[in-house]
Design a protein around this ligand. Structure first.
Ligand SMILES: Cc1cc2nc3c(=O)[nH]c(=O)nc-3n(C[C@H](O)[C@H](O)[C@H](O)COP(=O)(O)OP(=O)(O)OC[C@H]3O[C@@H](n4cnc5c(N)ncnc54)[C@H](O)[C@@H]3O)c2cc1C
Length: 371
């Protein structure tokens, strides 16, 4: 049994805390915030994330029973703003859950598994907080994007609309719109995140990659306003909004090449290890899975040095191949007509449309799309 400190109680930290405590380790879970707390996100729990949640003993019935707000997602609309779109239903169901609600579910799982919680900001492990090295056998760094390398930025707002005014067909659909203004890889989204008898709460946002964003010399608030004012779907919805929350921006740490995920007895997971999908910006599935695999690395090793090597190996085995494939696809997508072509092809070929949709939803690996 080891003494382990997990820094950060987002999906990655809670998953690590849960699995480590379940394996019999003594785990302290430290976060700078008290839970429940908000996290700026699209709130999309992809099919890949639903699968990852099952490793923590959280199944769809638990979501429906325990989440005070959620929307079930059974299809994706992919479109190029105001030009062309394709709606593809999915038999498997994903969810959108406000992170205020979702992260608290995971946090309770970690605490119930035996983690001891502490609220404290840990900013500098090497300097100010060196005592962590002597007090603990392992330090799991799950402090999110600021402990990783930010390479994308996104912004989201919550809008509420009367259910009666909202098009029924989209109550369970995730809408994703490419637009030249967002670069080739960036996109805007409209996700329902809570539906009751009166209101539907929407998460509306835009995400862009910094390499394209800096090239275009614009800013994320301006892009969000353009999405809201120019896209026909958002424009129409805005006229129906009964209440809204100010947009909030936050960076993302999407995949990077030649990634090192451990040094000494510090093991990085989730966004701190840049595990977010380089094409969709979805990071919850890999955050949760990294908590499981880092636990396996520790449990299969006889010393922190070996565990460090094993965590790097498991990263290379389970994450790197598909993240690299995603980066490769991203490098092919140089011109914005590619997105139009993609959706044009989806409209003509159902199996292709399903493959793209399930890839977007995190159930078909990018490796499969490459020759
Ligand atoms: C606008 C936006 C939209 C997104 N949409 C989606 C989406 O729809 N679906 C999806 O799958 N992913 C999405 N992502 C990515 C997703 O939010 C992250 O990949 C995911 O949250 C990573 O989980 P994590 O546990 O690694 O980090 P986080 O969720 O960021 O958790 C880190 C935790 O560490 C704590 N912490 C930070 N610093 C310190 C410190 N110094 N000391 C102590 N504690 C600290 C924080 O309080 C937090 O609780 C989106 C990201 C953004 C920015």
């Amino acid at each position: 049994m080891s003494k382990i400190v997990v820094l950060g109680a987002g999906p990655a930290g809670c998953s690590a805390g849960y699995h480590l405590a379940k394996s019999g380790h003594k785990v302290m879970l430290i976060d700078k915030d008290c839970f429940p707390r908000d996290k700026t996100c699209g709130d999309g729990i992809s099919l890949g994330s639903v699968q990852a949640l099952s490793t923590m003993g959280i199944y769809p019935d638990d979501i429906k029973r325990l989440a005070s707000e959620y929307a079930q997602i059974d299809g994706f609309l992919l479109g190029v703003s105001n030009e062309i779109s394709h709606l593809c239903p999915t038999e498997l169901k994903g969810y959108c859950i406000p992170r205020f609600v979702f992260d608290n579910l995971l946090y309770q799982k970690a605490i119930n598994a035996g983690c001891v919680a502490r609220t404290q900001r840990i900013s500098d492990i090497e300097g100010y907080h060196q005592e962590l090295y002597s007090d603990f056998d392992y330090i799991i760094d799950a402090r999110g994007v600021y402990a990783g390398e930010a390479n994308a930025i996104a912004i989201r707002a919550y809008w509420s609309i009367k259910v009666a005014d909202f098009p029924k067909i989209y109550l369970s659909k995730a809408q994703i719109y490419f637009d030249k203004a967002f670069g080739v890889n960036g996109y805007g989204w409209i996700f329902p995140v809570a539906v009751d008898s009166e209101l539907v709460k929407l998460n509306v946002g835009v995400g862009v990659w910094l390499d394209e964003y800096q090239k275009n010399n614009t800013n994320i608030i301006r892009l969000f306003n353009e999405f809201v004012q120019r896209n026909q779907a958002t424009k129409q919805l805005l006229s129906l909004v009964v209440s809204q929350q100010k947009p909030k921006a936050y960076p993302l740490a999407t995949a990077k090449r030649a990634n090192t995920v451990s040094y000494g007895k510090v093991f990085k997971i989730g966004d701190a290890a840049n595990l977010t999908d380089p094409l969709t910006g979805e990071g919850i599935a890999n955050a949760i899975l990294s908590g499981l695999y880092v636990t396996q690395a520790i449990n299969m090793s006889t010393s922190p040095e070996l565990a460090s090597e094993n965590w790097q190996r498991l990263y290379q085995l389970y994450f790197e191949p598909d993240l690299d494939a995603g980066l490769q696809i991203k490098s092919f997508r140089k011109f914005s007509f590619i997105n139009k072509l993609l959706i044009w092809l989806m409209n003509r070929n159902k199996p292709f449309a399903e493959q793209v949709t399930y890839t977007f939803a995190g159930l078909i690996p990018y490796k499969k799309l490459l020759p």
